[in-house]
Design a protein around this ligand. Structure first.
Ligand code: CA
Ligand code: CA
Ligand code: CA
Length: 465
């Protein structure tokens, strides 16, 4: 079965805390829903998932999945180095170039160009892939996988009176001690959050958003000439504008953990009291994205100086264009490792399993520093754990909400990475990585499950060395 014939099947769900019995059920459902052919103890070559599956990293909810496909009639093509833009290839296929990726770094330029193509009517993606499979001018031709967000069940809806108790994750990672070194900065690192958007008017978020200084809001014009209309605080690649409306809430929640405004007398504080969060709305308001939109988002992040990207989503099927886009964005990438309860050393998960020096994969832990029952793990492919159970954070329309998932663990690490980059602006990716991984609190439950054997500790990560 060729890649083009594989069925794309993608979902996202928002989690609610579950009893162990329910969690087991969800884990099993996740395995079956992931389409694994055989049990996970067989050799890797027999373990290939039948279906593409990309989900926002909350706990999977059975029965909420929607069957998806790649975008019909579209193609992501990487040309061979030196081929340049090959008119021949396009002449052969027909169709048009929807986007020619231009990352500011040399990575893609070392290879040939990466193009997003619309094929002519009557030509299927599978036919085009077959035609290019052995073409010497082409490195790969990949389908533009659709990724679907499924909101799933809501978390706890009650807003507690004692917010400090709800923010157990920030206490567990010793944020108060870390804040003696730095509380973040509005001139600090730009943190791109690739997610469902952001409530840019939320009183606990609006002051901590990155701002494009030369873009005038709401005039329908691209004032700064970067090719995107009204991109004041971030980017919505589907519409090529700055509309970040977050109907699903997932992106507002992850942004709040990284950098809800601290010490402003309301709501919560993020790990960064002050921050520059750049929401990149890769998922549209119907909960869909695809590899081309994700790559556009990473291209934007790279071109606008993002130091860190936070990725609370993923799937099990590799796509060469997705890997290229992460390679070509020079930021430090933090990614959730997934919620299927699986070993990603055996069943890789993307983007978290992309083998890059600047990729950090995050599992979820609970209040007792145990691996969360839903969390993926991997002694080699997952770097560390962070709080991901019952995480309280910002939600659209000025609200707050408790949610669980590796989606919630990932922004804890992104937030601490931002604190490190604020306190030590010259720190390399390698230094930030080693501070994060060597600074964990070791936990017996996490030994052999994540490479560092421990759970994030902000204070240790920031300690002078
Ligand atoms: Ca613009
Ligand atoms: Ca404008
Ligand atoms: Ca606040």
């Amino acid at each position: 079965m060729g890649a083009a014939q594989r069925v794309a099947r993608l979902q996202m769900s928002v989690a609610t805390p579950q009893s162990p019995a329910v969690n087991l059920k969800f884990t099993l459902a996740g395995i079956f829903d992931a389409g694994l052919m055989v049990n996970p103890w067989l050799a890797p070559s027999f373990r290939r998932p039948l279906e593409r599956r990309i989900s926002i990293m909350n706990i999977p909810q059975p029965g909420r999945h929607s069957r998806r496909d790649y975008r019909p009639g579209e193609l992501l093509v990487r040309l061979q180095p030196g081929a340049g833009f090959s008119a021949d290839v396009l002449d052969q296929l027909g169709g048009e170039v929807l986007h020619r990726f231009e990352f500011p770094t040399a990575n893609l330029m070392k290879g040939g160009e990466m193009l997003h193509l619309q094929l002519p009517k009557g030509t299927t993606t599978a036919e085009a892939m077959a035609a290019l499979e052995h073409d010497p001018r082409v490195t790969y031709a990949a389908p533009n996988d659709i990724i679907h967000v499924d909101q799933g069940l809501a978390g706890k809806t009650s807003v507690p009176n004692d917010l400090d108790k709800k923010l157990w994750g920030l206490q567990a990672i010793q944020s108060p001690a870390a804040w003696e070194t730095t509380r973040g900065s509005r001139n600090g690192p730009v943190i791109a959050v690739l997610d469902t958007g952001c409530d840019v008017n939320h009183p606990d978020l609006r002051d901590n958003l990155w701002t494009n200084p030369k873009e005038i809001p709401g005039n329908g014009l691209d004032d700064d000439g970067n090719g995107v209309v009204d991109d004041v605080h971030g980017f919505f690649p589907k519409e090529n504008n700055g509309n970040l409306t977050d109907k699903l809430g997932h992106g507002s929640h992850t942004a709040g953990t990284i950098g809800a405004v601290g010490n402003n007398g309301q709501g919560i504080t993020g790990i960064n009291w002050e921050a520059q969060i750049m929401p990149i709305k890769i998922f549209d308001s119907q909960g869909q994205t695809d590899v081309a939109l994700i790559a556009r988002g990473l291209e934007y992040a790279a071109r606008h100086g993002a130091r860190i990207t936070s990725n609370s989503w993923g799937g099990t099927e590799p796509n060469p264009a997705l890997e290229d886009a992460f390679k070509s964005c020079p930021a430090l990438h933090i990614a959730a490792c997934g919620n299927s309860g699986l070993d990603t050393d055996i069943v890789p998960h993307y983007p978290s399993s992309i083998p890059l020096a600047n990729m950090i994969s995050v599992a979820a832990s609970d209040r007792r520093d145990r691996l969360a029952s839903f969390s993926n793990f991997g002694a080699e492919s997952v770097d560390l754990a962070a709080p991901g159970v019952d995480i309280y954070s910002t939600f659209p329309k000025g609200r707050y909400k408790t949610q669980s998932g590796t989606s919630m663990a990932c922004p804890h690490v992104s937030g601490v990475a931002a604190l490190i980059a604020t306190a030590y602006p010259e720190a390399s990716h390698e230094e930030i990585r080693s501070r994060l991984l060597e600074g964990v609190d070791l936990s017996p439950s996490l030994r052999g499950k994540v490479a560092s054997g421990g759970r994030l500790n902000a204070a240790k990560a920031l300690a002078p060395r």
